[in-house]
Ligand binder design. Sequence first.
Ligand SMILES: [Fe+2]
Length: 347
Amino acid sequence: MLEVASSYSKLSISTDLSERFPVNEIDSERPKILVVDDHPSSRMTAVALLSVEGYEVMEAENGQAALDCVLDTDPDLILLDVMMPGMDGYEVCRRLKQEEQTRLIPIVFVTALNDRRARLRGIEVGGDDFLSKPFDQLELSARVKSLIRQKRLNEDLDHASKVLFSIARTIERRDPNTGDHCERLVVLGKSFGEYLRLPRIEVRDLMWGGYLHDIGKVGIPDSVLLKTGKLTSDEWNVMRQHVLIGEQICQPLRTMQGVIPIIRHHHERWDGSGYPDGLVGNAIPFLAQVFQLIDIYDALTHERPYKIAFTPKDSLDLMFQEAEKGWRNLELMQRFAEFIVQQVIAA
Ligand SMILES: [Fe+2]
């Protein structure tokens, strides 16, 4: 059993071959492909075609060996047979797509031509593409090249997003006022977003807003950000810049587009007296209105160096007073109060 589980192998090809072929356009590192098939003759065909293209190719003859090989070698793409004894290709795919470490590796299922059911099942378990046997060399080459390029772009985006989240956490730790404010906003954002039945992607944006809304504070000098006394009006002007700085930081990332309105507009007020744009009423992006309620509620219900923690009921009373003053969307405030009463006060 052990022998079978580790039965994958690495094929090395001469470097001069890889220099002649175009995969090097993708990245300076030669991409690695894992071919998984229980039939040696099928593996040989795929290996031969891919080696000629300049890829580093590994082979696995069953599902478990494939999972072991992925952990050891971190391939850039997997060519996966569906029907194999023991663990089938669907199960291998399902497991890899569940794991944070392996979810971005493109998986191409090798199915019989026109096997619609196999393809539907492959999509269900997270497969990225399909190829039929016998392989058409041009098609194999084009699909593999495009999926590997896409994978590397996705990895870059993933890394860039992680860098932003870690900057945001660092800022939170520098600011003695906030404690675990961001973590709590993420939890509250998810539950209030789901309570409002927002689309899944907007719930995600609200959660990301929890981490990223004040990321622009990275550009605010310590003398202002960490000042314990009252800020002067000049210092307030500096502090208000954090929403614009935050927007600039996140702007280049396409995945951040839904969070940017939260970052820029989380200090607007319903009557136009907020910043940075003095937007009035529903001109304020809806997610920014929703986020603002969560942000204020969390600040009120937790202790800060300059204030005690208010009870949920007292916090809602204060927020209603502000809403009636014209600062917030009264209808949305009503929904938020219902949510808090149901989820927090009555629980
Ligand atoms: Fe802010």
